[in-house]
Design a protein around this ligand. Structure first.
Ligand SMILES: C[S@@+](CC[C@H](N)C(=O)[O-])C[C@H]1O[C@@H](n2cnc3c(N)ncnc32)[C@H](O)[C@@H]1O
Length: 288
């Protein structure tokens, strides 16, 4: 095949692909930083979901009790399917589609979440394989920082949403503290290049109405600081199990995870605390 005709594979997709093929464990279905407030209780959560309670709590909070029963919902950047499964099992959505550009995520989700009305498709967030006005709601959590063209993404979300449809949107971006970070303090933090203005411009250009907009960095810090129920605990357990099994993974893979854990425990956590990073959510609406 002509090289130019070959599909270009993003390094981000390759990284997720490797990670998910290496860790097919179904205990890990969310890939986000989660949300936690001191007064949060989890009596609404099934015991089996407590191990990922911070992530389940993030989508629970983002949806703010919106009635999605029977609705057709798209999650863009659906990862390992935790949010899509939540939408079916807790929000009683009618039909849910998870879209992701990482092939291993689509394979994993199809295996891990065999729920009626839930399907997963491979596709790009900036070129959605759906008709105009197909969905009642769109969800996007911790994925847009990976997109090369935010405005294309915004116009695609707007296009596939029905009039009056809702867009629940959450991501990390650079914060107001622009003091340069050096050495270990910058590990993982410099990966985030978007600033608040990029998100606001996308929202405005696409034509969305802003129903609410919040900085939830403190809730994300609390989740990172929690003693259990966070992505970092599940990942650390899975990596430790691999080490115990003495699975012959290349040392650079373990190094990549050590770097990630450094972000979770130190550089990333401190970046949120010091305002180098912020975590924002929006609840948006396509005008009726
Ligand atoms: C940090 S994970 C978040 C997954 C999920 N939203 C969650 O909350 O658990 C980001 C996801 O976005 C996906 N992604 C990144 N860029 C994408 C793109 N251009 N199109 C589709 N998916 C993309 C990645 O493959 C990954 O699954």
């Amino acid at each position: 095949m002509n090289r130019q005709m070959e599909e270009e594979v993003s390094p981000i997709s390759q990284w997720y692909d490797m990670m998910t093929r290496m860790f097919p464990d179904q205990r890990l279905t969310f890939l986000n930083y989660g949300y936690l407030q001191p007064a949060d209780t989890f009596d609404w959560l099934d015991d089996a979901d407590l191990e990922q309670k911070c992530s389940t709590n993030l989508i629970h909070f983002l949806l703010a009790g919106t009635d999605l029963r029977g609705k057709k919902i798209l999650e863009i950047g659906s990862g390992r399917g935790g949010n899509c499964s939540y939408l079916k099992r807790y929000a009683q959505a009618g039909q849910v589609v998870g879209l992701d550009f990482c092939p291993a995520h689509i394979e994993f989700c199809t295996r891990a979440h065999p729920l009626e009305g839930l399907s997963f498709v491979k596709g790009d967030a900036t070129n959605l394989p759906f008709d105009d006005e197909e969905f009642d709601a769109v969800i996007n959590i911790e994925s847009s920082h990976c997109y090369p063209d935010m405005n294309k993404f915004g116009s695609e979300v707007f296009r596939v949403l029905k009039k009056g449809g809702q867009f629940f949107y959450a991501d990390t971006m650079k914060g107001p503290n622009t003091t340069p970070l050096i050495g270990q303090d910058s590990v993982g933090v410099d990966f985030f290049t978007n600033v608040l203005g990029d998100h606001q411009a996308m929202i405005e250009r696409s034509g969305f109405q802003v129903e609410s907009h919040d900085d939830i960095s403190q809730g994300v810090i609390n989740a990172f600081d929690s003693e259990d129920g966070h992505l970092k605990h599940v990942l650390k357990t899975l990596v430790a199990e691999k080490k115990e099994q003495q699975t012959s993974l290349p040392p650079e893979v373990f190094h990549a995870f050590d770097t990630m854990f450094h972000f979770f425990d130190e550089s990333g956590l401190n970046a949120y605390k010091n305002g180098h990073l912020v975590y924002k959510i929006w609840r948006l609406k396509k005008p009726a």
